[in-house]
Design a protein around this ligand. Structure first.
Ligand SMILES: [Zn+2]
Length: 216
């Protein structure tokens, strides 16, 4: 097997009372509702598992962990992620990077972002710097906006195991991006933010924002 490859994963679960809200293996203590599902319904970890399986060409989460299987009732999804990782490594691949977006109206993911990154990075055996977690609300639209459920989208990048680390400043220098230490090549202004007060990346904004928008 040769070459870097990527896979995408998507998952959604219903939000219900009487369940813990677990994202990336971290329980959010400020959640009124939790995610419902056969396992612990960790929507973020499930999306990442599907992204890893996709990148490795190993099918999907439903093939590996069937819903009807009693073995996975209330299963710890981080443990299931470990099984996926073993399959990925068994295919001769190593995880390079994971990026994911959680879509959920409330509570805020931002305060828990680093804890989630740490938990996932440890489970994946990679640096926290290589696990990026973002969050969006639904801006009151659809099942996410109405608070009926949460969804997550993830992309995983894999490379053949045993690939030597590139030397700093060497082969990947041409990949430097504007705003990430690379020099901007265009002279114009930055384009306006398409979501000036928008739903994405706003997970650090105060809780009162959506409360006031919704009249409390
Ligand atoms: Zn799921």
């Amino acid at each position: 097997m040769s070459g870097v490859r990527s896979g995408v994963g998507w998952d959604s679960h219903r939000l219900v009372a009487g369940r813990p809200l677990i994202l990336g293996g971290v329980e959010l203590p400020d959640a009124e509702l939790g995610l419902d599902g056969h396992s612990d319904a960790d929507v973020l970890t499930h999306a990442i598992m599907d992204a890893l399986l996709g990148a490795a060409g190993l099918g999907d989460i439903g093939v590996h962990f069937p819903d009807g299987d009693a073995a996975y009732e209330d299963a710890d999804s981080i443990a299931l992620l470990g099984e996926v990782l073993a399959s990925v490594r068994g295919a001769g691949l190593a995880v390079v990077h994971v990026d994911a977006t959680v879509m959920m109206e409330r509570p805020q993911v931002g305060p828990h972002r680093d804890a989630i990154r740490d938990r996932l990075a440890a489970a994946l055996g990679i640096d926290r710097a290589n696990v990026n977690i973002k969050a969006c609300s639904g801006e009151g639209m659809g099942f996410i906006g109405r608070g009926e459920g949460a969804a997550a989208l993830a992309i995983a990048t894999l490379e053949p195991a045993g690939q030597p680390e590139p030397r700093a400043g060497a082969s990947h220098a041409h990949l430097a991006l504007p705003g990430l230490g690379g020099k901007r090549r265009h002279s114009g202004r930055n384009p306006p933010n398409p979501h000036p007060a928008g739903s994405c990346g706003g997970s650090d904004e105060p809780l009162t924002r959506w409360q006031s928008k919704r009249g409390g």
